[in-house]
Write a protein that binds this ligand. Structure first.
Ligand code: PGA
Length: 258
């Protein structure tokens, strides 16, 4: 982390977990133990049907609610889809875009780029995900792969807009597996992502971009991961479903930085 230049962001990704009623229960428990300090931004990205309950529960707090996906089109005949401006109107501040689980369902880099533009136009903060498979890591092509994903996701995003974008590095082999990347592995890729942003924009923009790590981040390993200079927060799946665990990760963001 480097709080001098950029925001630290601790974001939960609930995936397809919790009903609206369970959302309400979680928020009540979470609010009761939420750290009071203001050392990081907190986001909770929840299933679409849980957004109203989450927004209502968190209204008077500093927790921003997010969605886990959006459609790239502003409106129209896309049965079952949700447009970015609908999310804004529902009270969302964030939207996760290009999660590997959605890429596995067929989402392409072009789709992701279109969604990033839709999110920005709707006033949402996109949390843009990238990550390599174990095969790619073992083949030694992680850096090239991640650079390509980031360049394609950010195509046409202006200097003004990049300030609103959060990037999340999530190695696919670490998601939901309990097999976390080492702080060194995560730092290396996050640093490389910052270099890509520097080349696409400028040093100033790169320095100001929050780059998160995701993949089995939990209350035990968060401190060490967040101590890395280029890891500005976490995108947390499993551990964000339990208030006590999520709070411990937020607390881990309260450490001295460079
Ligand atoms: P995990 O999920 O923390 O359960 O590994 C992270 C994510 O997929 O965002």
């Amino acid at each position: 982390m480097n709080r001098k230049y950029r925001k630290t962001v601790i974001a939960g990704n609930w995936k397809m977990n919790k009903t609206p009623s369970e959302t309400k229960e979680f928020m009540t428990a979470f609010k009761a133990i939420m750290p009071k300090g203001r050392w990081c931004d907190i986001a909770l990205c929840v299933p679409a049907v849980c957004i109203p309950a989450a927004v209502r529960a968190m209204r008077e707090t500093r927790v921003g609610i997010g969605a886990e996906n959006c459609n790239a089109n502003p409106s129209g005949a896309y049965t079952g889809e949700i447009a970015a401006n609908m999310l804004t109107d529902a009270g969302c501040k964030y939207v996760i875009i290009g999660h590997s689980e959605r890429r596995a369902m067929g989402e392409t880099d072009a789709d992701i780029n279109a969604k990033v533009h839709a999110a920005l136009e709707a006033g949402l903060i996109p949390i843009v995900c990238c990550g390599e498979t174990l095969e790619q890591r073992e083949a030694g092509i992680t850096s090239e792969w991640i650079a390509m994903q980031i360049k394609l996701a950010l195509q046409g995003v202006s200097e003004e807009q990049i300030r609103k974008v959060i990037i999340a590095y999530e190695p696919i082999w670490a998601i939901g597996t309990g097999r976390t990347a080492t702080p060194e592995q995560a730092q290396q890729v996050c640093e490389e992502i910052r270099t890509v942003v520097r080349k696409l924009y400028s040093s100033k923009h790169a320095r100001a971009t929050s780059i998160l790590y995701g993949g089995s981040m939990n209350e035990k390993n968060a401190f060490e991961l967040l101590a890395q200079p280029d890891i500005d927060g976490g995108l947390i799946g499993g551990a964000s479903l339990v208030p006590e665990k999520f709070v411990k990760i937020i607390e881990a963001a309260n450490q001295p930085t460079m």
